[in-house]
Design a protein around this ligand. Structure first.
Ligand SMILES: C[S@@+](CC[C@H](N)C(=O)[O-])C[C@H]1O[C@@H](n2cnc3c(N)ncnc32)[C@H](O)[C@@H]1O
Length: 267
């Protein structure tokens, strides 16, 4: 890994460590960190966030014997939802933010789910400890734009069994703004070219109409739930950066300079 890559990963991990620490002091019951998926337009923010995860679970078509890997699992909230709503054999989560790994692991132990849900510190690009062709599904909910995509696609393909699936709720730039695209976020065609070195594309469903309203709401949610009195300066800065980023994403989705897609890839 280049020095740039490791510095970047450390910066992202620090950012999510700070989010997690402040989320643990808020009233927010469900600790999702995604823009959500709206169907009726009158769901709460947390219902929308849950619905985005449910869309990914449905696309994954899990069965009771499946071994699932969840990369960039945030606080792990989505994996506790998965236990409540789907049958599968076991799940291994990977996250670079150690505070989130500690929180999710402690919660799994507390809820008697440690045999079912295992949360590991590690990069999605590396998936340490997984044998080749040992996994049925890999899920990435609103996080692949942080990854070194070529390395991630290659490693996900390696650990998946033949016929296994990688399912992503993913944001990228439209092909019209290649000049603007950041390397990790990538463009629709550029990312597809990379994954098709390893995967067959089963489906790509544009879901920006369902996710944009939540991105837009994020700023008010942050100011409503942020426990201002207890936040450190560094935490305030990170929440502020997230609030600004959410509005840029909402604008990008409205103008179609950004895509938000539900992508199902098969090994
Ligand atoms: C926007 S949050 C999404 C969290 C969660 N999937 C959800 O929907 O609530 C992005 C997550 O990806 C994690 N992440 C970022 N880069 C990563 C990497 N290279 N490997 C593993 N996790 C990573 C962050 O620590 C964070 O937990």
């Amino acid at each position: 890994m280049s020095q740039y890559a490791s510095e970047r990963t450390t910066r992202i991990a620090r950012q999510y460590d700070l989010f997690q620490a402040s989320l643990e002091t808020t009233e927010k019951q469900r600790k999702y960190l995604n823009y959500g998926y709206t169907i009726t337009g009158d769901e709460s923010y947390e219902q929308r966030q849950e619905q985005l995860c449910m869309e990914v679970f449905r696309a994954a078509e899990l069965t009771r014997d499946h071994v699932v890997v969840d990369v960039g699992f945030g606080s792990g909230e989505q994996d506790f939802l998965l236990v409540r709503t789907c049958e599968f054999a076991r799940l291994i989560g990977y996250n670079i933010a150690e505070t989130q790994v500690r929180y999710a692991s402690a919660r799994a132990a507390h809820e008697g789910l440690a045999g079912k849900l295992e949360f590991r510190a590690g990069e999605a690009e590396a998936l340490p400890g997984l044998a080749p062709a040992s996994v049925d599904r890999v899920m990435a909910i609103e996080c692949a734009f942080y990854f070194d995509r070529p390395r991630f696609y290659e490693r996900a393909a390696e650990v998946l069994k033949p016929g296994g699936r990688l399912v992503l709720a993913d944001i990228c730039f439209s092909d019209a703004c290649t000049w603007l695209a950041r390397p990790r976020v990538g463009t629709a065609s550029g990312n597809r070219r990379e994954w098709e070195k390893f995967f067959h594309t089963r489906s790509i469903r544009p879901i920006h109409q369902h996710t944009r309203p939540g991105a837009q709401m994020t700023v008010t949610q942050i100011f409503k739930t942020m426990p201002r009195a207890t936040l450190t300066f560094a935490q305030r800065v990170e929440w502020l950066k997230m609030a600004i980023a959410s509005q840029i994403v909402a604008l990008g989705l409205r103008t179609r300079l950004l895509h938000y897609d539900l992508i199902v890839l098969e090994r």
